[in-house]
Design a protein around this ligand. Structure first.
Ligand code: UDX
Length: 449
């Protein structure tokens, strides 16, 4: 039986060839960015429609700047896409970027795609090939995949290199990340990865070598911390409402303490998206399997505070209108889970819209980029192509995703379109004084007056 091959970093510095398995948000970004660094990259995905689009240089989702980068890299000939795993036979390094969604029947992550990616590439791994996991996985997954690879393809090695990219900043976070973390089991693998990321390291990017479990944990720990920060400020918002305080002033004041920091203290309807909610749940599920559930008990509360924020905004709506919402038109500004994205996965904005619709209100939703994905998820909701159409004759405007264009709205002009000058800012992002001076009744989460 062959043993794990001794890698030569010299060989790799001659420009390794790369593959990216799974061409969704993470994979398409990684493939285009690595190609832009001069690597020859093959992206593999099992969805032929997605592969056909990407091969034409068309991005199947919205991410600022990525459409241009993708088109440019495909045109350069360095970046290609395929559904055929056999095309990977000559590739040196394979990045696994498939999704790990929440399981249908539990809090745990569904590892089907990660496991099948490893099974699918194993027959094509050449001597010395390196498999690098980037997907967010429960701690222990990398080790078990490494053991599986040992059986299927002992000539290859496996490392874990979590990504921290934010939607809306995907290129920036990939090419100029605030750190690179690699989970490796030997020096040579680390050297190969250092070679690959050499242009990024040359920018002075911190490099952290870890063992496999620590590398996996770094990702979920970072997301848990961010989720905790958001739920912390939303808990303060609840207290401010009860005590007559203003959470925006409170956040500003505590944020000046550098130990606390001002970022991720924006109170509102809470976090959503494809990462934070499912990652904290999967982390709790994994901790339970490891017998460490008590350590992460607080994450249950973080999740609960987050979901409560959605309910709190609905309570404000009922307080402003009536318990019976059937007579009212509510204009919702924003469907995506955050601005500069068309992602509506676990979007608080869309969840609130759907709940108000289910309560009998006539809900009309606008979003600059997310209407089509939102319509797919909630076909019963009404969508408007423009803000003016959305707010026309509305009894209430609900601002739920802080797109730049909503912050730029002129309250005087909008006043001429609505039935009642009533607005609730679910993101604490609008200029309250500006709206009030135009005669609007303005409410926001965590601000009592
Ligand atoms: C997150 C992590 O930031 C990123 O490092 C990881 O790789 C993937 O998950 P992302 O899902 O793109 O990135 O969104 P992020 O910018 O973290 O925002 C998450 C949610 O929190 C959004 O719904 C946002 O509206 C909300 N949020 C963020 C707040 O409610 N308040 C804040 O102060 C910040």
């Amino acid at each position: 039986m062959k043993t794990r091959v001794e890698y030569s970093s010299k060989l790799m510095s001659m420009k390794a060839t790369l593959s990216v398995i799974g061409c969704g948000y993470l994979g398409a970004t990684h493939a285009a960015c690595m190609s832009s660094l001069g690597f020859s990259v093959i992206g593999v995905d099992t969805d032929p429609t997605k592969v056909a689009m990407l091969s034409r240089g068309e991005l199947p989702f919205y991410e600022p700047g990525l459409d241009t980068l993708l088109a440019q890299e495909v045109a350069s000939g360095r970046l290609t896409f395929t559904t055929d795993f056999a095309s990977l036979a000559d590739i040196d390094i394979h990045f696994i970027c498939v999704g790990t969604p929440q399981s249908k029947d539990s809090l745990a992550a569904d590892l089907t795609y990660v496991k099948s990616a490893v099974e699918a590439i194993a027959p094509y791994l050449k001597d010395g090939a390196l498999v690098v996991g980037k997907s967010t996985v429960p701690v222990g997954t990398a080790q078990s995949l490494r053991e599986r690879l040992e059986q299927l393809a002992p000539q290859a090695d496996l490392a874990w290199n979590p990504e921290f990219l934010r939607e809306g900043f995907a290129i920036e976070d990939t090419l100029r990340p605030n750190r690179l973390v690699v989970g490796v089991t030997n020096d040579r693998t680390e050297e190969i990865l250092k070679d690959v990321y050499e242009p990024i390291l040359a920018l002075g990017t911190p490099w952290i070598r870890a063992d496999l479990p620590t590398a996996e944990l770094v990702k979920v720990a970072a997301n848990s911390f961010l989720a905790t920060k958001i739920s912390f400020i939303n808990a303060m918002a609840e207290v401010c409402e009860a005590a007559g305080g203003d959470v925006t002033v409170l956040a500003k004041a505590i944020g000046y303490d550098p130990r606390i920091g001002s970022r991720f203290l924006q109170a509102g309807i809470g976090f959503g998206g494809g990462c934070l909610p499912k990652d904290i749940r999967a982390f709790m599920a994994r901790a339970q399997e490891l017998g460490a559930e008590q350590a992460l008990e607080f994450l249950r509360e973080i999740d609960a505070i987050n979901l409560r924020a959605r309910q709190r905004v609905i309570d404000v709506v009922r307080g402003d209108l009536s318990d019976d919402l059937t007579q009212y038109k509510i204009a919702v500004l924003g469907a995506t889970f955050k601005p500069d994205s068309d992602d509506v996965r676990d979007s608080p904005a869309l969840d609130i819209s759907a709940q108000l619709h289910a309560a009998g209100a006539h809900v009309v939703v606008h979003d600059p980029k997310g209407i089509e994905p939102a319509r797919k998820r909630f076909p019963d909701l009404t969508f408007a192509e423009s803000v003016n159409e959305c707010v026309k004759d509305a009894d209430l405007i609900l601002h739920l995703t802080e797109w730049k264009e909503y912050r730029a709205l002129d309250p005087v002009l909008i006043a001429g379109l609505v039935k009642s000058k009533l607005i609730i800012d679910g993101r604490n992002a609008l200029d309250r004084e500006l709206w009030r001076s135009a005669g609007w009744k303005f409410h926001a989460l965590g601000r009592s007056d």
